[in-house]
Design a protein around this ligand. Structure first.
Ligand code: ADE
Ligand code: ZN
Length: 326
């Protein structure tokens, strides 16, 4: 039956997943031990106690702090494989995965260590874990645009195996307009472009991401519903919105899951799909997001089929591959 808990049964693509947001407390402690790092938490349960967020920034502070345990290629590979095992169990068939290179560069971890480690983890993902994958480098919008452009040039120069770029971190006060040059360069290099917008920021950030950055998808985008003209635009162009319900609840963007705008957005015909953002921090992977949504809103099989199909048609996949999943 539809309400049965377990892996998502419909072919689904994960399009909004930060690999550093999959670091589970147990792995954080294991990597700290391996690297001789002393964490500011007594044990796993003391760390879990910290997973009570009041807003995006309160989460980001812990998310960046826990990255201190990622030092070697092996660390990045182990983190990536741990996610892929879990995603395969959740029923994910394809994942487009964000990595935050600047978050590691500013700690003195090289671009090669980060990119090569994640890439090693992604190799053979279909044979080993049952899902195809691709990598998207996300830039930190609360840092200088010049730094992002510099990192993008390095990624291009090293021929990093990325399909595109994204824009994440603290949204309010860091509008898409700040990154026009970065996204122009990415388009020029043939990279796909996406951006977080309308998570904590208002609809104007979504307009800017579309009009000034030329993004093909909006990550989150839930605040679009505050602007009817924007809703019409998103409807007409069927712009994908990669929505992360458990993330929005945990970061207090919505009060409770029952208040989440997703069912209404789906009913209006918006191209919304469900994703997990930072699953180790927000209480669930893709299957958990789907299970909680399904029970909270009594989603029926046609709504579930629509969400799954939206995720596949919004993926950066060649038609041959998306056709096998639709
Ligand atoms: N980085 C990781 N998760 C994020 C989120 N939900 N919003 C913005 N930046 C992020
Ligand atoms: Zn995100």
């Amino acid at each position: 039956s539809i309400s049965r808990l377990g892996p998502v049964r419909l072919p689904t693509a994960e399009l909004h997943l930060h690999i550093e947001g999959t670091l589970e407390p147990e792995l954080i402690f294991a990597l700290a031990l391996r690297n001789g790092i002393t964490l500011p938490y007594r044990d796993v349960s003391a760390l879990r106690e910290k997973y009570k967020f009041t807003d995006l920034q309160s989460f980001l502070t812990l998310y960046y702090s826990n990255m201190a345990v990622l030092l070697t290629e092996q660390d990045f590979e182990d983190m990536t494989r741990a996610y892929l095992v879990r995603a395969g169990a959740a029923g994910v068939r394809h994942a487009e995965i964000f990595v935050d290179p600047q978050a590691h560069l500013i700690r003195g971890v090289s671009l090669e260590t980060c990119i090569n480690g994640v890439t090693r983890g992604l190799a053979d993902s279909e044979a080993r874990y049952g899902l195809t994958t691709s990598l998207i480098a996300a830039f930190l919008r609360d840092r200088a645009a010049g730094e992002a452009l510099d990192v993008l040039e390095q990624l291009i120069a090293m021929d990093a195996p990325i399909i595109g770029i994204g824009l994440d971190s603290a949204e309010v006060g860091h509008p898409p307009s700040k990154f026009i040059a970065v996204f122009a360069r990415a388009h020029d290099a043939g990279l796909k472009c996406v951006a977080h917008a309308g998570e904590e920021g208002g609809p104007e950030y979504i307009w800017e991401a579309l009009d000034l950055l030329g993004v093909a998808r909006i990550d989150h985008g839930i605040r679009a519903i505050e602007d009817e003209m924007l809703v019409e635009r998103l409807l007409t162009e069927q712009i994908p919105l990669t929505v992360c319900p458990l993330s929005n609840v945990r970061l207090r963007t919505v009060d409770t899951l029952a208040d989440h705008p997703l069912p209404g957005m789906l009913a209006r015909g918006l191209n919304v799909s469900v994703h997990s953002d930072d699953p180790s921090y927000f209480g669930g992977y893709l299957d958990d997001n789907m299970a909680q949504l399904t029970s909270t809103f009594a989603l029926d099989s046609s709504q579930l089929a629509e969400l799954a199909a939206n995720s596949v048609r919004s993926a950066f996949l060649p038609r041959e591959r998306s056709g096998t999943l639709l």
